[in-house]
Design a protein around this ligand. Structure first.
Ligand SMILES: NC(=O)c1ccc[n+]([C@@H]2O[C@H](COP(=O)([O-])OP(=O)(O)OC[C@H]3O[C@@H](n4cnc5c(N)ncnc54)[C@H](O)[C@@H]3O)[C@@H](O)[C@H]2O)c1
Ligand SMILES: O=P(O)(O)OC[C@H](O)CO
Length: 358
């Protein structure tokens, strides 16, 4: 398990609850030592007593040399560098599952495409779905989608299919993985939901409640479907755990770092003071740009993601930018036609916005 943050530790703990011996790679030697000594990850997952079959190391060769499978669980911005570092030490041909959620900034690559690019000769899949690390590790019943490009004949055979083997390894009494062969659909869900969660947080922080959130989730799902389809993925994949499942989770709770960032910004907290200034991984922040760059290249309109991008990356004010979104031309649902007409100047009536706008 490459990455000893919250999610890597949670997945390592889950896998080690079965028969699997798991080695967890931590970036920092002190952190690895603390994990082994305490049997806990005090920094990222302090409530969980880790399974005895789990051991940590900061030596990448030690983590990978005898591995039969690898999971890559670092932030999306670190996936390329980490894949390069793994090249010299990873056993030939073992399957790799990437768990980071995002799109690469410079290339527009999915996370699995980065890994394929850097580590050819491996079967590469993605795990994505509504799974807060803490709840997963505490054994709250959870489910996610595991996507590999597999042929139907070997699909359910753990002897021949990387997907099936990984699914068996990760399955416990409280965690179910569902198989998919649509990597694009699964990964687009994970990347886009974080941006929509920031939008939901911004509106919620600004004082709008349930109607607004439900509208953003549903129209956000439409943006996800359109981008997945334009990249060759399937719309129905987006209606599964890695799409609507994760979108619903992430947009409903301030446990989500993405939703929480949006909420703080919506309340008028300056970016540098969000999370009390802690360097928290908020994938949707960089991905608001990489997702919309990709959408622009493919001519896919993604108005909610564009709204978040212009607030986060072009310094646009939250209230006016969302007001513009709310007064865009009327579209049919699903997208097929739009109706342009004269709007009054866009505004959103909210005393909360007036008090807190940055
Ligand atoms: N936390 C969750 O609930 C959760 C659930 C599903 C998916 N994910 C995804 O998993 C990925 C990791 O998230 P997390 O919550 O574990 O993050 P985290 O902040 O808890 O941990 C990140 C880990 O990556 C390491 N890291 C950071 N930068 C690195 C770099 N440049 N090179 C190597 N290692 C680096 C850190 O040391 C840390 O161990 C993200 O893409 C996230 O979206 C997280
Ligand atoms: O805390 P977030 O917003 O990064 O969300 C974590 C996971 O992606 C939820 O599935």
């Amino acid at each position: 398990m490459i990455g000893a943050g919250a999610y890597g530790t949670a997945l390592a703990h889950v896998a080690a609850q079965g028969q699997t011996h798991v080695t967890l790679w931590a970036r920092n030697a002190d952190h690895a030592e603390d994990l082994n000594n305490a049997g806990r990850n005090e920094r990222y997952l302090p409530e969980v007593d880790l399974a005895p079959r789990l051991r940590a190391t900061a030596d990448l060769a030690d983590a990978l040399s005898r591995a039969e499978a690898a999971l890559l669980v670092v932030p999306s911005r670190a996936v390329r560098d980490m894949s390069q570092a793994m090249r010299k030490v990873i056993p030939d041909g073992i399957p790799i599952t990437v768990c980071a959620k995002g799109i690469e900034a410079q290339t527009g690559f999915l996370m699995s495409q980065i890994v394929e690019d850097e580590l050819p000769g491996h079967s590469v899949g993605a795990l994505s779905g509504p799974t807060f690390a803490r709840e997963l590790a505490l054994g709250h019943p959870s489910a996610a989608t595991l996507a590999f490009a597999f042929d139907q004949a070997s699909r359910l055979n753990p002897e021949t299919s990387a997907a099936a083997r990984m699914a068996v390894t990760l399955t416990t009494h409280a965690f179910r993985t569902y198989l998919s062969d649509d990597l694009v659909g699964v990964e687009i869900g994970g990347a886009v939901k974080n941006v929509i969660a920031i939008a939901c947080g911004m509106m919620s922080g600004a004082g709008y409640s349930e109607n607004t959130r439900a509208a953003l989730i549903t129209r956000g799902l439409d943006e996800m479907k359109a981008l997945a389809e334009a990249l060759g993925g399937r719309r129905e994949t987006v209606t599964g755990l890695s799409g609507i499942g994760d979108l619903t989770l992430t947009c409903s709770s301030t446990t989500s770092r993405n939703m929480s960032l949006g909420t703080q910004l919506g309340k008028g907290v300056p970016r540098a003071e969000c999370f009390d200034g802690q360097p928290i991984v908020v994938e949707g922040e960089a991905n608001a740009k990489s997702v919309t760059d990709l959408a622009r290249k493919l001519s896919v309109p993604m108005p909610i993601c564009e709204t978040v991008r212009s607030i986060l990356h072009d310094d646009q004010p939250i209230a006016e930018t969302f007001a513009r979104f709310w007064s865009e031309p009327i579209e049919s649902e699903p997208r097929a036609m739009s109706l342009t007409f004269e709007h009054p100047a866009p505004t959103l009536a909210s005393p909360v916005f007036k008090e807190t706008a940055t």
